[in-house]
Write a protein that binds this ligand. Structure first.
Ligand SMILES: O=C(O)CCC(=O)C(=O)O
Ligand SMILES: [Fe+2]
Length: 333
């Protein structure tokens, strides 16, 4: 069992197990100065390599307790595989309207985008995918008119639990979600569940099947290219503490017994899941090896005040992905 960072102000049900840190007001102020410095760093464009390098360097100046928390979480993500950060310097009052266009990304170095990139760059190597959201490092998670039913972050009907980009050989190690604006009804929640909480709920024969190469996974709808995987196991590594690779919308079993095991796993994940209703200035990270995530349903209004998150990905070990990153940049092919 990991040692979690205690947060006296947390209202999370599993506070003793979940990594959480609420910045003090002085820490939040210190962070806001750093974020502002990054917004005025030339060329003030997020995806530019020079700007990304400046963000990486400045991330070493984040408040000490935040760096300590990120380091501990990276070492071992705890039972839930989730990290929650609060009181980040997002000024909700000065936000523009929530975007409503498909494939919305953030290219301008705004303060919220700088916050996302600074934290993500301290956790690991920030990265994006060429075939998803035009390879932008900071992506907007917003409801999009006409996409309500889509199994993507543009939808507003329930989004199935998934490992992010489960089909991809270099799926992210961490997914970051910074809340700029929560949905006015507080209905939208990020669902999270972890294999560490789920494993003991599975019968041994079900675990055995999930450890075998009896599943395939296709790219999610947000991807414009990519092939289905070869057959793969859903539980990978130490059978007592495995990584998980599954997307309940995109993974299929290759035989009936495997299909039953997959259904049992889904039930167990749902039983063990909790809902994070992020508020403005809160950021959640999900360890994409140990935890899976989804989203509850909500009703968008498309009036500029809908829910708005920034999404970022971190991968560990830049060399491991080098063959998939043309020009040694941040975008994976
Ligand atoms: O909207 C959310 O809370 C999560 C959506 C999601 O799965 C994603 O953006 O990767
Ligand atoms: Fe996701």
């Amino acid at each position: 069992m990991s040692i979690a960072v205690q947060d006296p102000e947390t209202d999370h049900a599993n506070a003793d197990e979940t990594y959480a840190l609420t910045l003090s007001d002085p820490e939040s102020h210190e962070f806001s100065l750093l974020a502002k410095k990054l917004t005025t760093t030339m060329p003030e464009v997020i995806d530019d390599a020079k700007w990304v390098a400046a963000a990486r360097e400045l991330s070493a100046e984040l408040p000490l307790r935040l760096r300590q928390t990120l380091r501990a979480y990276r070492h071992d993500p705890g039972e839930d595989g989730v990290l929650i950060l609060r009181n980040l310097p997002v000024d909700e009052g000065s936000l523009p309207l929530t975007p409503t266009v498909p494939e919305s990304v953030e290219r301008t170095a705004t303060v919220p985008a700088a916050i996302s990139v600074l934290i993500t760059s301290q956790l690991g190597e920030i990265a994006a995918y060429r075939d998803e959201k035009s390879g932008a490092l900071v992506q907007n998670v917003v409801p999009v008119p006409g996409r309500e039913e889509s199994q993507s972050n543009a939808g507003s009907t329930p989004l199935e639990l998934h490992v992010e980009n489960a089909f991809h050989p270099h799926r992210p190690d961490f997914v970051g979600l910074l809340c700029l604006r929560n949905d006015p009804a507080n209905a939208a929640g990020t669902l999270v569940s972890s294999i560490r909480r789920t494993l003991r709920r599975l019968a041994p024969d079900v675990r055995d099947v999930l450890l075998q190469e009896r599943f395939t996974t296709v790219p999610p709808p947000s991807f414009h290219a990519g092939d289905a995987t070869a057959v793969h196991a859903v539980l990978i590594g130490d059978p007592e503490d495995p990584n998980v690779k599954v997307d309940f919308h995109a993974t299929t079993a290759v035989d009936p017994q495997a299909a039953v095991a997959l259904e049992r796993l889904r039930d167990a994940f749902i039983d063990a899941s909790s809902t994070l209703v992020l508020r403005s200035g809160e950021m959640a990270f999900v360890d994409n090896r140990v935890a899976i995530h989804g989203r509850t349903a909500f009703t968008p209004r498309y009036d500029g005040h809908d829910r708005w998150l920034h999404r970022t990905f971190a991968l560990l070990d830049n060399r491991r992905t080098r063959g998939s990153r043309p020009g040694n940049g941040s975008v994976l092919a």
